[in-house]
Design a binder for this molecule. Structure first.
Ligand code: ADP
Ligand code: MG
Length: 278
């Protein structure tokens, strides 16, 4: 397997977009798997009550099963509930559960409600001696409490954008929310990556969407785009990423390329992204 450059310290990446169906989960699990396959130690935290990332990474998740919900509510530590992804020895998953859908309301009155995840992660990373190169947070399609928890715990945001009509609609609002999180909760937060997904080479529209994103966010958008692929969409039904399910197909190739680009973004480049936004 190709060796990608390894970060000198853990990179915490929230994958966010309040639109559903744009490829957040697919991009989280496949970039995470590609990095793990290249030798990185990776933790994926499934922050969506739907649990799609848990499904795609082949770990059990169901109502009543220990999950990130117990972590957020302070009943369990991350060390107690993380599970290995069966396909990749250096990839671990903190599963979600449908019970997490109640958390937004249950926690709304807690003064430290936005840092519950970050605090649990700090306890875990300081306590176990476990080291990760990457920690990914797969966010739900909202801008609610759970997403804010991910934005507090992260240093970077990756925004998947679907190459479709209205692709950029809502992007302004998302960037505004991230800016708000940055100014009030987490001054280290940067938008490090935009990934254009479900790209169709045969349509002018896909190219137009990419060019528009590139024009507005030239340093942030990856050169790699993810093609629309049946293999990508059917992999989760086998409890697998496309990296494991169809390693030589166009989808896996693209996600490995995207992961390499992400790995090559040095801390200096991320600093630059933060500076240019000010
Ligand atoms: P989100 O997490 O943003 O809601 P998903 O990653 O779950 O989005 O993707 C939405 C749907 O589109 C899923 O059914 C997924 O399998 C499918 N999908 C995602 N990326 C691709 C792709 N590149 N080609 C084909 N289908 C895709
Ligand atoms: Mg999702």
């Amino acid at each position: 397997a190709t060796r990608y450059p390894r970060p000198s310290k853990t990179r915490f990446i929230a994958v966010a977009n309040q639109k559903g169906g744009v490829g957040k989960t697919t991009s989280t699990v496949n970039v995470a798997a590609a990095l793990a396959k290249a030798g990185a130690r990776v933790l994926v935290i499934d922050m969506d009550p739907q649990g799609n990332a848990s499904t795609a990474l082949g770990v059990p998740h169901g109502s009543g099963q220990p999950s990130v919900y117990d972590v957020i509510e302070g009943r369990k530590g991350i060390a107690d509930i993380k599970l290995p992804c069966p396909d990749f020895p250096t990839l671990e998953v903190v599963p979600s559960s449908i019970d997490l859908s109640g958390a937004e309301l249950e926690l709304a009155d807690l003064p430290h409600r936005n840092t519950l995840l970050k605090d649990a992660l700090t306890v875990f990373l300081n306590g176990t001696g476990d080291h990760y190169d990457y920690v990914f947070f797969d966010c739900a399609p909202s801008l609610g409490l759970l997403v804010l928890n991910a934005l507090c715990a992260a240093h970077e945001v990756m925004i998947p954008i679907q190459a479709e009509y209205y692709a950029l609609e809502g992007l302004g609002q998302l960037i505004h929310t991230i800016g708000l999180a940055q100014s009030t909760l987490n001054k280290h937060l940067v938008i490090s990556t935009i990934l254009v997904t479900m790209y169709d080479r045969r349509t002018l529209l896909s190219k137009e969407v990419y060019d528009e994103v590139k024009e507005h966010y030239p340093t942030i958008v990856l050169e790699t785009t993810i093609p629309r692929s049946v293999r990508i969409s059917e992999a989760p039904s086998f409890g697998q990423t496309v990296i494991a399910y169809d390693p030589h197909g166009a989808g896996a190739v693209a996600y490995r390329e995207a992961a390499l680009e992400i790995a090559q973004r040095s801390e200096a480049a991320l600093q630059l992204i933060q500076d240019t936004k000010k």
